[in-house]
Ligand binder design. Structure first.
Ligand SMILES: [Mn+2]
Length: 320
């Protein structure tokens, strides 16, 4: 029997949920102890095909940490995204399910934690050797870092693995890393050539970006502002801005690649004062979107002047 695991790709929570699911299924179902598992990453991108199209006839199919599918082929489902039911009619289909194998809870910080809780409560399955993995998935997916230093460090083994999966993840790399995640301690996985050899260049790009941000940054009122539009950006560093400006309430980053200019807006998760502005609503003014705490706007590369005007308006609004 083949098991196809379609999971949110390529992020740490998607990979760890797939890893835990594999062990859960093997250990609770003797017929699957030696089954062949294959992994397929699903991306949140504009015009992504419905996830049901990725499932395989004749296999046991699972969708993890990604949008629901009403496909008849779907056997198992676990997700914690509040946006899980985007296709019309999918939420009603999910609610009407009687298989006892489909689970969604938008209050969870990670799909990994949702899966271990359901596996324990409903199926009596536990894997205490994976506690470290579960804890780190929950920290990383919900950005529950104690401070901006930990949030932008590659020292914890889980952070090193997460960086490699996020920046260089593909179905081949995941098929190698996922089995390791549930069979070896994280420190051993991080030290494997699979991760260690890929981490070097990622760290270098990250350090170069941190230096660029330190040079370009300025604080305007409550906002740390970084104009990185002078050269294309080839990596992201979500939390470096708050490491540089720990007293800023918000950050605004203007960046570009050959096709697009991008404005990224965020609320400092370690801010001492509560958030006063809805960032999604601010971004929607310019055709962008996101969540109350973080959002973004994309414009064609030729619109740099319009993007700068939008930045001025957003910074003024965040200081109002
Ligand atoms: Mn997740």
């Amino acid at each position: 029997m083949e098991v196809l695991v379609a999971h949110h790709g390529y992020c740490f929570d998607g990979a760890t949920t797939a890893a835990l699911f594999t062990r859960f299924l093997r250990e609770t179902n003797p017929a699957l102890a030696k089954a062949e598992f294959s992994y397929r990453g699903l991306l949140y991108e504009p015009n992504a095909p419905p996830p049901g199209e990725k499932l395989k006839a004749g296999a046991i199919n699972a969708i993890l940490d990604y949008r629901y599918s009403p496909s008849e082929l779907l056997t198992w489902y676990f997700d914690h995204h509040v946006s899980a039911f985007q296709e019309k009619g999918t939420e009603a289909h999910f609610r009407a399910d009687t298989s006892g194998k489909k689970f969604h809870d938008g209050t969870y910080g990670s799909c990994t934690k949702l899966l271990v809780d359901i596996a324990r409560e409903r199926f009596g399955w536990t894997a205490p050797d994976l506690d470290e993995l579960v804890t780190w998935s929950d920290i990383i997916d919900a950005a529950r870092f104690p401070d901006a230093d930990v949030a932008s460090s590659f020292d914890p083994p889980a952070m090193a693995i997460a960086a490699v999966v996020q920046e260089q993840g593909d179905d081949w790399l995941n098929s190698q890393v996922i089995p390791l995640l549930v069979s070896k301690p994280l420190a051993e996985v991080a030290a494997s050539p699979l991760i260690a050899q890929r981490l070097g260049p990622i760290k270098q790009r990250h350090e170069a970006l941190a230096k660029r941000m330190a040079d370009a940054g300025e604080q305007r009122g409550d906002v740390a502002w970084f104009d990185l539009s002078d050269a294309p950006l080839d990596t992201v560093a979500k939390f470096v801005g708050y490491k540089l400006y720990p007293y800023a309430q918000y950050s605004v980053v203007l960046s570009r690649n050959p096709k697009r200019v991008k404005i990224s807006v965020g609320f400092n998760p370690w801010a001492k004062r509560p958030r006063q502005h809805n960032i999604a609503a601010l971004c929607e003014r310019y055709g962008g979107g996101g969540h109350p705490v973080v959002g973004a706007i994309s414009m064609p590369a030729s619109d740099l002047a319009r993007a700068r005007a939008a930045v001025d308006d957003i910074i003024a609004s965040l200081n109002a």
